[in-house]
Design a protein around this ligand. Structure first.
Ligand code: SF4
Length: 448
């Protein structure tokens, strides 16, 4: 039996498929492949830079659907199905609104795949594929083995992706993770994660967990066992990790080089509205940023623009503040209500959504505001966010921000990382802005 995994692209820019130069290995498929017996052949095609061989024989095409790739995923799925190939859709977007994905698939996977995916493949083998498979909740993460070999001869950034935990105990109203995992946080056994990583040659690891330090005791055990591996790693965490000195120390000793952290807003009103509990109790970000700088972690700060207290001036102030903090990288994300989140329901009830299903709407471009903001127009918010990204990543500001000798310029490796990725992200922000999602503008015109 053969299973074909497809990582879909997002869309087209200037009439051509978007080519993401900063793409990372799509970990999900290595995890899915690892759930299957060795004798099942697994192949991966990455639509972000490869052509999909629609006529290559396979028993099942599996597509991982995220909100920004939903349109393209459905195009690919429809084309395979027209040729008589069975298609399974899964992933975050499918789990959030399964009824939409079901229209484009022979079967769908809702939730986590650990038990349900092997069951799906076993049913396929005996010709009894069901319409829907539902993962166990909370997911059982013991005994996983990641089949990273699926990425052999593929072209990705030089870092190994892995995952220690899923979910998050917080409940930020905009966050799909919070909604899907219902405030639970589940960890893999520490020894299994460490044993897998010890077999990997790559010295650089990205933990894709939404909040790797959400259970500090388990995280400490992981970091303790990582120390002998002498890897450098980056991950994502809420600011709560700064409250635990021992945790920070172990992070440092285990090779933590940098973290993606959701600051989201500098306005307490916004933090309250988004229910960002882990930031709300802080009187100011200054002491926590100082702690992070003192220990030497480079920060990738994430901001969410468009909450009700935001106006054009506050966005400008936030960007200047981010430059002044000398963050290594920053993401200025436009607030985009994800389906099945409390935020989406609220915006829909208040009649603030400009398009109901913006992720499928022909009129939507990547980076557009999809709702009516409180203190500016949607177009103003779109332009302000694009300006924020340009401003933060302006060459003058890139140079200015490197001069932090505790983080960005603390050693050659940090400087190299800084200059390898800042210009890349600057180029990508221009390329991505205004992208149309999906490839097809008229039905059945997909020739990619
Ligand atoms: S802390 Fe991060 S991962 Fe957790 S619910 Fe909030 S935004 Fe989502």
């Amino acid at each position: 039996m053969k299973v074909t995994f497809i990582k879909p692209n997002m869309g087209v820019v200037g009439g051509r498929p978007y080519l993401d130069r900063g793409r990372m290995e799509p970990l999900t498929f290595a995890v899915l492949a690892g759930l299957l017996p060795e004798h099942i052949e697994c192949v991966l095609y990455d639509d972000r830079y490869e052509r999909i061989p629609y006529s290559e024989p396979t028993d099942l095409v599996c597509i991982n659907v995220e909100i920004y790739t939903a349109r393209r995923s459905y195009e690919i799925a429809d084309r395979f199905r027209r040729a008589g190939v069975k298609v399974a859709l899964g992933g975050f977007h499918v789990s959030m609104i399964p009824e939409e994905a079901a229209q484009h698939a022979d079967t769908i996977m809702i939730g986590d795949a650990e038990e349900a995916f092997p069951e799906m493949i076993a049913d396929l083998a005996i010709g009894r594929l069901r319409k829907e498979y539902v993962g166990h909740f909370p997911p059982r993460l013991q005994g996983l083995r990641t089949r990273w070999q699926i990425f052999d001869n593929k072209h990705y950034l030089p870092l190994r992706l892995t995952q220690f935990s899923r979910g998050c105990p917080n409940n930020c109203e905009f966050c799909a993770t919070g909604s899907l995992y219902r405030r639970t946080h589940c960890c893999r056994p520490v020894d299994e994660v460490v044993s897998e990583l010890s077999e990997q040659k790559s010295p650089f690891v990205f933990f894709v967990d939404d909040n790797i330090t959400a259970q500090p005791d388990l995280a400490k055990e992981l970091f303790r066992q990582l120390i002998p591996l002498k890897k450098r790693w980056i991950g994502q965490a809420s600011l709560s990790f700064t409250e635990d000195h021992d945790l920070m120390d172990l992070m440092k000793r285990s090779g933590c080089a940098g973290l993606v952290v959701g600051f989201e807003s500098t306005d307490p009103e916004n933090l309250k509205q988004m229910n960002k509990n882990c930031n709300m109790h802080l009187d100011s970000y200054a002491p926590v940023i100082e702690k992070i700088r003192d220990i030497g972690f480079q920060l990738w700060a994430a901001f969410l623009m468009g909450y009700d207290a935001d106006d054009l001036k506050s966005i400008q102030r936030t960007v200047q503040w981010a430059v002044d903090q000398k963050f290594c990288f920053a993401a200025f994300n436009i607030l985009s209500p994800y389906p099945a989140t409390p935020l989406y329901a609220e915006m829909q009830a208040a009649g603030r959504l400009i398009y109901d299903k913006w992720w499928l709407d022909e009129r939507y471009h990547f980076g557009d505001a999809v709702f009516k903001p409180a203190k500016m127009t949607a177009d103003e918010l779109t332009e302000a966010c694009f300006w924020a990204r340009r401003r933060f990543n302006h060459p003058v500001n890139i140079i200015r921000r490197v001069f932090d000798f505790k983080t960005n310029a603390k050693d050659l490796w940090s400087i190299a990382t800084y200059f390898a990725y800042n210009p890349l992200f600057r180029r990508e922000l221009f390329k991505k802005h205004g992208m149309k999602l999906g490839y097809q503008r008229t039905p059945n015109s997909d020739s990619a």
